[in-house]
Write a protein of this length. Structure first.
Length: 568
């Protein structure tokens, strides 16, 4: 649950630290005091879109920090996926500068907003106008049904989607093989040209390296020959009375061998010289062999140059190396052969497609039957909740229609419809125009789903739009019931809702030195009585309105005891 909120320079809030408790938390205050700012700040720290206009006037940046307790297993899973360390607390912070730069952190680790949203969605659910729009869109109704029957639907949907994606692959393959008019023939000709061109080059892996080596030798043949001849002559050939290294060393070995009988110490020296002699002899043979094969051939050099040029031109068209070029040829050769034999292949693919379609219909019908079963159960649940919030005369219907069109969610079209008055026909939810009715419908749905999502904290914003009297009392009791298993926040202006709160927070606005400040603080019991009296009587609080407020609070406390025992 949300334990603490720290806010700096956010809209009208300069510096605020506020702690929250479990149970039912109510926020109230005069119109324009800034109740929505607090919700905006929570939305912001949890990763929602942000406008720089919300940075307090005259300040360079805004900062919001939220501290949550660890209560949802899904939160732990998400933190592990994000490689974020945790214990029993989750600390989320977000800081945004006038420059537009934004920094979000979870337990001290900087993360992307998309990652932050995946974590925050397991911690707190803000229920306001945006969620109303989601519910009104019939495109989302199928997701509500699937979510309610999550355990059974997940397996069926997985089986269906495996075949659905396979169908898409087959259709793409068939479309590719058939092609558009004239395009297929052009592509066949193009592939054949490329295959023939690559084949005509007779490329071999490693050829480029061999050519480069030969080019270096041929282009430097004269210099290489001169150097090798000079080395060979110095090592082996006697020239103009100059003794070669080979002959000179041979003579030294012969002379030092003559001393061996009288001077045994020279034996090791003789051995070292003989080893050197044999090494030199081997080197001489290698130099002779190399220099005999080094020659300058202008035609061969021209061939090597043209070959290297050809390979480079192919690399520009087909790949970065000969291996890549050959791989590309093999790839398009398969495509070419498929297209040449496309009639037979397409026929086979069409048979596979027909089989997949039949299998998809079976899986789709399984989904349809399960959704119909879930819809019936969900209808009853929602109807029970609608009865509780004063819409007992309403009729709620979930239509699950089987259509002849495959989508990734199956063959079903799901529509939530309602009639709020006897004798009136069922209408799609988007046709509900009464704010009071819509708020209660939303609360009924939230009550049905709140225990399934395991989210510890829920905020109801604008849930009391268009309601009063007995209906407001029902709505208050329903939110209090939810708060027995979840931390609930409600922004309200209704005394029926405020009086049943466990904690009541007062949001106020004051002006100091031509600057406006929003303040939030937890109220005492006496302050709560005064605030509810203000809600009842308006700006003027009288002895009578205070007595009425105390009476409402006493009644609410009795009702809370009753609701606690019924929940228990």
């Amino acid at each position: 649950m949300l334990l603490q909120l720290n806010i700096k320079n956010f809209a009208l809030i300069e510096d605020l630290t506020i702690s929250f408790e479990k149970g039912f938390n109510v926020l109230s205050g005069e119109t324009g005091a800034g109740k929505s700012i607090l919700i905006d700040a929570i939305n912001y720290v949890l990763g929602s879109k942000f406008s720089k206009d919300l940075i307090r006037t005259g300040e360079n940046k805004t900062f919001v920090e939220a501290i949550f307790s660890m209560e949802n297993p899904k939160t732990e899973e998400t933190l592990k996926e994000q490689d974020i360390e945790y214990d029993d607390l989750i600390i989320i912070s977000r800081e945004t500068f006038q420059s537009g730069k934004s920094i979000a952190k979870v337990n001290g680790k900087s993360i992307l907003l998309s990652s932050l949203k995946s974590i925050s969605s397991t911690l707190l659910d803000i229920h306001g106008q945006h969620e109303n729009q989601n519910l009104l869109s019939n495109e989302n109704h199928i997701h509500y049904v699937d979510y309610y029957g999550e355990d059974n639907i997940r397996r069926l949907l997985k089986n269906y989607r495996e075949k659905y994606y396979k169908l898409n692959e087959l259709e793409d393959k068939i479309s590719q093989l058939l092609g558009k008019d004239g395009e297929k023939e052009k592509l066949i000709d193009f592939f054949k040209y490329q295959i023939d061109e690559i084949n005509s080059a007779n490329l071999k892996e490693g050829e480029e390296e061999e050519l480069e080596e030969k080019y270096k030798i041929l282009s430097n043949a004269e210099k290489i020959n001169n150097t090798l001849n000079m080395c060979y002559n110095n090592l082996y050939t006697n020239d103009e009375g100059v003794l070669s290294i080979y002959d000179g060393l041979s003579m030294v070995i012969k002379e030092i061998s003559s001393l061996e009988k009288n001077l045994p110490k020279v034996k090791d020296i003789k051995g070292s010289l003989e080893e050197a002699f044999y090494n030199i002899e081997g080197s001489i043979e290698q130099i002779r062999s190399i220099k005999e094969n080094i020659y300058y051939d202008e035609k061969e050099l021209e061939y090597i140059n043209s070959r290297i040029y050809l390979i480079n031109s192919y690399k520009k068209k087909y790949g970065n190396a000969i291996k890549d070029i050959l791989n590309y040829r093999d790839k398009i050769k398969l495509q070419y052969e498929e297209m040449i034999n496309s009639s037979e292949i397409v026929e086979k693919l069409k048979k596979d497609k027909a089989k997949i379609i039949e299998e998809l219909k079976v899986e789709g019908e399984k989904l349809h039957k399960e959704r119909c079963r879930i819809a019936e159960s969900l209808e009853m649940k929602i109807k029970g909740e609608l009865n509780f919030v004063g819409l007992e005369k309403s009729t709620f219907k979930i239509d699950v229609d089987l259509e002849d069109k495959f989508t990734q969610n199956g063959l079903d079209k799901v529509q939530f419809s309602i009639s709020t008055n006897p004798g009136e026909p069922l209408k799609p939810l988007e046709k509900v125009v009464s704010g009071g009715e819509l708020s209660r419908i939303m609360l009924a749905l939230k009550t049905v789903f709140v225990d399934k999502d395991k989210i510890p904290s829920v905020i109801f914003d604008e849930i009391d739009t268009g309601i009063s009297g007995r209906i407001a009392q029902c709505v208050a009791e329903k939110m209090y019931t939810i708060s027995k298993g979840h931390q609930v926040f409600c922004v309200t202006h209704l005394p029926q809702i405020a009086c049943i709160s466990d904690m009541h927070y007062w949001v106020s606005k004051e002006v100091k030195e031509d600057k406006t400040f929003t303040r939030v603080r937890q109220m005492s019991e006496n302050e709560k009585e005064y605030e509810i009296a203000r809600m009842i009587g308006g700006s003027e609080v009288t002895k009578l309105t205070l007595e009425h407020a105390r009476e409402l609070i006493d009644m609410a406390n009795s009702k809370k005891i009753e609701l606690k025992s019924s929940v228990g």
